[in-house]
Design a protein around this ligand. Structure first.
Ligand code: GCU
Length: 656
């Protein structure tokens, strides 16, 4: 069989016979039974019992495993337990009897999919939900097949919610003809434990309802939303709620009517409340007039802390700017103490090489989630500030902007599947280590892979030293490599415009909004480089809790990975390595390129252990990445050199 990557991490080969005992029946439980029968790798002819019962240690989605029993409080819990059991059988991990509960209640993918089938910042083909053309709303068998496969992949890693459309939302998504399709999708996702959500356009009352206004305090507007919500629930009785991008990047919002984010979010929350629906209100806001874009979300949202209804969650991107290869965590985490807050991560690699680069994002997410905010003393990590450990939240959630499309391998790059996988795993257990996640993913993804050389299939055997170890290490190093060849030492937002793919530190057309141009962020000049966010600069440091504010404020104590994020420093500034800033920049860019070259060597050797289709596909992408890493290095160094006027150290490879 051709290994085209379509099966993701769910490769059920060589299944052994098993008897499944379960006294109840339901669509979810039949999926659980079927999975066991298709994928059993335990004792041949074993019996396994699926038990639903109350257990103090088990939350709704939690479960407890033993060799021959899956215990859970709900059907969904059984399903998650079954996937976990099958996973452990294939990776060879021990099956222990402890209770396993998810870190976040809502583990949700945000699809930036448009009704015409395009996907904003999507690099894996068209939308799996929407398409253009005359029959675009007809639900076909093929649609259902893809939605089922998608739902199954999500359920297998604990994802339990999906937003079906772009945050830049078309109002028509909540019209009856689209709601029909939403219902069809929700019906397919439901047995897999996945709730359906929609992004809405804040001006819908005016656009669809022909009201004079969309002012959230207007009685007619309130009524319009109440009716609309009621209508939506008639299609999807367990509808999850709304995701809202409002008063942001030109999207309409409450501020158009002189109202606050809280006024807007609460009005929608009230309409959803009777049905247990929720509002995920995004904090991704900034305006061209602001001196420092990184400060704006905090400035706008902090005064509203405590003003949101309990079924509103403020959805905050991991960093204060926009999904850059590296950013410090957003200062809103932990700072909003009376408001529910959830992290938004980007699984699709808008700023990290799209479907071209191999970048395992788990290490980046781990870095953010384990960052200490100090908001309630030491140990107030972003994870603990959002998962309910520190602040009580009625709902806890983590969102990931999906990288899924109609490409046969779902994600464009085979290794981008690892990012989908990692998102699910981290949302389930926020304390998992990237090393563990990479290990699992590799073992599952290449489970039973046929060697392109010998034709033999691998079932866990003999991989540790020759395949697993180096490839895992490559994954774990891949994000730092990307930071090195794109934005080392705290640089950010220096990519080419619009496409956000290659380098573009010079891009600044006349009349363009400054905060959309790279020079606004890198501030390179003869006197140095970097954005001054210290007390004497934009004072963004002030938004962080001590000791971070002081630490970030002083170039001597600021972690070097954030140096140019917080400081404008002279080119001859001495770093810990003893090198000047300019030399260090040259070394970092050079190191990034060399790291990608070393990845190529690692992968070349992996060819013996994996099938030729996937081997060649990844090899080809690594070649592109390598050429482009060189391009990033050359472009950035030659551009910055105009200001530094210093030579590139002779021991490094010269720009071509
Ligand atoms: C980025 C991205 C946009 C997206 C926006 C958002 O700016 O480039 O395409 O709409 O983030 O998250 O809302």
């Amino acid at each position: 069989a051709q290994e085209n990557g379509h099966q993701l991490w769910l490769r059920y080969k060589n299944a052994k016979p098993v008897t499944v005992i379960c006294s109840k029946n339901s669509p979810t439980l039949s999926i659980a039974k079927q999975e066991l029968q298709n994928g059993w790798q335990g004792e041949p002819n074993a019996s396994i019992t699926l038990t639903i019962k109350k257990d103090k240690a088990l939350k709704d989605d939690g479960f407890r495993l033993s060799q021959n029993e899956v215990i859970a409080a709900t059907e969904k819990g059984v399903l998650y337990g079954v996937y976990e059991l099958l996973r452990r059988q294939r990776t060879g991990e021990a099956i222990t009897g402890e209770a396993e509960n998810p870190s976040y209640q809502i583990r949700i993918l945000n699809h930036w999919d448009n009704p015409n089938g395009s996907v904003e910042r999507g690099y894996a083909g068209h939308s799996i939900f929407w398409r253009s053309g005359p029959d675009s709303l007809t639900v076909t068998q093929n649609d259902k097949k893809i939605w089922t496969e998608y739902a199954r992949a999500n359920a297998s890693i604990g994802i339990n919610a999906s937003v079906l459309n772009n945050v830049n939302a078309s109002p028509k998504i909540i019209t009856p003809e689209y709601l029909n399709r939403v219902k069809a999708i929700a019906d397919v996702l439901r047995p897999y434990g996945i709730k359906t959500y929609l992004s809405i356009n804040f001006s819908s009352p005016a656009i669809l309802g022909k009201l004079k206004t969309s002012d959230p305090l207007d009685k007619a507007v309130i009524k319009w939303w109440q009716d609309k919500v009621k209508e939506i629930y008639s299609y999807v009785p367990d509808f999850g709620g709304f995701l809202v991008k409002a008063s942001s990047e030109g999207q309409p919002g409450p501020q158009d009517f002189g109202r606050t984010h809280a006024d807007g979010a609460n009005m929608l929350a009230d309409a959803l409340k009777p049905y247990n629906g929720i509002v995920m209100w995004r904090a991704f806001v900034y305006s061209p007039n602001d001196k420092d874009r990184a400060k704006q979300a905090y400035n706008e949202f902090m005064p509203l802390d405590g003003k949101f209804k309990d079924n509103v969650i403020i959805q905050v991107k991991n960093g204060p700017v926009d999904f850059q290869p590296r950013e410090p965590f957003s200062p809103l985490f932990g700072a909003m103490k009376q408001t529910s807050v959830m992290p938004e991560l980007q699984v699709t690699m808008e700023y990290l090489g799209h479907d071209k680069y191999l970048v395992f994002l788990s290490t980046m997410w781990e870095e953010v989630l384990q960052s200490d905010t100090y908001q309630q003393g030491e140990g107030s990590t972003v994870a603990r500030c959002t998962d309910g450990s520190i602040y009580s939240q009625k709902y806890t959630a983590m969102a990931g902007v999906s990288n899924v499309g109609l490409d046969t391998n779902w994600c464009g790059h085979l290794f981008n599947q690892a990012n989908w996988y990692a998102f699910g795993r981290l949302a389930w257990n926020v304390n998992l280590k990237s090393e563990q996640i990479a290990d699992e993913w590799l073992k599952l993804t290449f489970y039973g892979a046929q060697s392109s050389k010998s034709g033999e299939a691998n079932y866990n055997a003999g991989w540790n030293d020759n395949f697993l170890k180096p490839v895992k290490q490559m994954m774990l190093d891949s994000r730092e490599a990307a930071v090195n060849f794109m934005t080392p030492l705290g640089l950010h937002h220096i990519m080419s415009a619009n496409g956000h793919y290659g380098p573009g530190p010079w891009w600044a057309p006349k009349g363009m909004r400054a905060d959309w141009t790279p020079p606004y962020y890198h501030q390179a000049a003869e006197n140095g480089i970097g954005f001054d966010r210290t007390k004497t600069g934009s004072d963004a440091v002030e938004q962080y809790h001590e000791p971070l504010a002081s630490q970030f404020n002083d170039a001597a104590t600021c972690p070097e990975k954030y140096l140019l994020w917080f400081h404008h420093v002279p080119w001859d500034y001495k770093l810990k390595s003893g090198r000047t800033l300019w030399d260090e920049l040259c070394y970092k860019y050079d190191e990034g390129v060399n790291q990608v070259r070393s990845f190529q060597k690692v992968w070349d050797k992996a060819g013996v252990y994996v099938d030729s289709t996937r081997f060649l596909e990844v090899q080809r992408k690594l070649r592109i990445q390598c050429v482009n890493a060189g391009l990033w290095k050359d472009a950035c160094l030659l551009y910055f050199q105009q200001f530094s006027k210093m030579p590139i150290p002779y021991e490094l490879e010269r720009p071509v």
